[in-house]
Ligand binder design. Structure first.
Ligand code: ADP
Ligand code: MG
Length: 263
């Protein structure tokens, strides 16, 4: 108990633990892989609590864009400000504190196959964030209930459907009570009949205060839920607009072409 509390208060001393209004601001952010410039010079501000949908063709840089936010990939140029604070050179404890404020949901769920749903959620709480096992289990139970899987705590990923696995992954992303959650095509690997249950969970999160950045081809979801749609192609943001406007009258020819294909 005491050690858990001590560890947590130590983490809170790090820069990002007090983050509340978690805005995300790209400032001339660039990313190269060798000679390949996959993000050019991105300027984008996502406000705290905002829901932003990122869309664009395959290979346009969408995954790279959101992976930069929690430094799954390091930036090559520019910076990303979280709650107004630069993050480019964060390391060690400060980087861990930043990451604990940011949840990430992958296309392929990325659950640990040898761990139960509950253990997938408690692992980082107990091993990274210093929670007591009992507290972590309570958190897992609350989160599994929140995503409609209260009965599945002791199931392993292989015993769950794709939609259920992705809901566990969302619960896991929420474990450390992040203020920002990033989704990278969370429904793209799912059979069509399972997409709805995942989108329903995502809708329940939207506008609950958490900042949401969602890479998605689910244009109906973007239209209904997003505050803003950002269209990216060739490593550049070519257009951003409110969904009603973007879907009614996309301005950029490449956005028009993209929408003709996906709608
Ligand atoms: P999207 O998510 O829009 O499909 P990505 O961000 O995955 O696009 O990829 C953008 C470009 O960066 C692609 O050309 C891709 O091949 C390249 N890329 C992505 N990740 C890597 C990597 N780890 N190493 C080298 N090139 C990469
Ligand atoms: Mg991608």
């Amino acid at each position: 108990m005491v050690s858990g509390l001590l560890k947590r208060s130590a983490a809170q001393a790090a820069d990002f633990a007090h983050l509340r209004d978690a805005s995300v601001e790209f400032r001339q952010a660039g990313k190269n892989y060798g000679d390949n410039q996959v993000l050019k010079s991105v300027d984008l501000k996502v406000n705290a609590g905002e829901v932003v949908a990122i869309c664009g063709p395959s290979g346009s840089g969408k995954s790279t864009l959101i992976r930069l936010i929690n430094q799954l990939e390091p930036l090559s140029a520019g910076d990303i400000l979280i709650d107004g604070k630069p993050t480019r050179n964060l390391q060690g404890k400060a980087l861990r504190a930043l990451r604990s404020r940011i949840g990430f949901v992958f296309q392929q769920f990325n659950l640990y196959a040898h761990l139960t749903a509950e253990q997938n959620i408690t692992l980082s709480l107990t091993h990274v964030h210093g929670w007591k096992p009992d507290e972590a289990k309570q958190q897992a139970a609350a989160l599994l209930a929140r995503v409609g899987l209260g009965e599945k705590a002791q199931h392993f990923p292989a015993q769950l459907s794709g939609g259920q696995q992705q809901r566990v992954a969302i619960a896991r992303a929420l474990a450390s009570s992040p203020q920002i959650i990033l989704f990278d095509e969370p429904t793209s690997a799912l059979d069509p009949e399972m997409i709805g249950e995942v989108l329903t969970v995502m809708k329940s999160l939207a506008h609950s205060g958490i900042t949401m950045i969602v890479v998605t081809h689910e244009m109906q979801f973007a239209r209904e839920i997003a505050d803003r749609v950002v269209f990216i192609d060739g490593g550049d943001i070519l257009e951003q607009a409110a969904p009603a406007q973007f879907f009614r009258s996309p301005q950029h020819p490449r956005a028009r072409r993209f929408l003709q294909k996906v709608l």
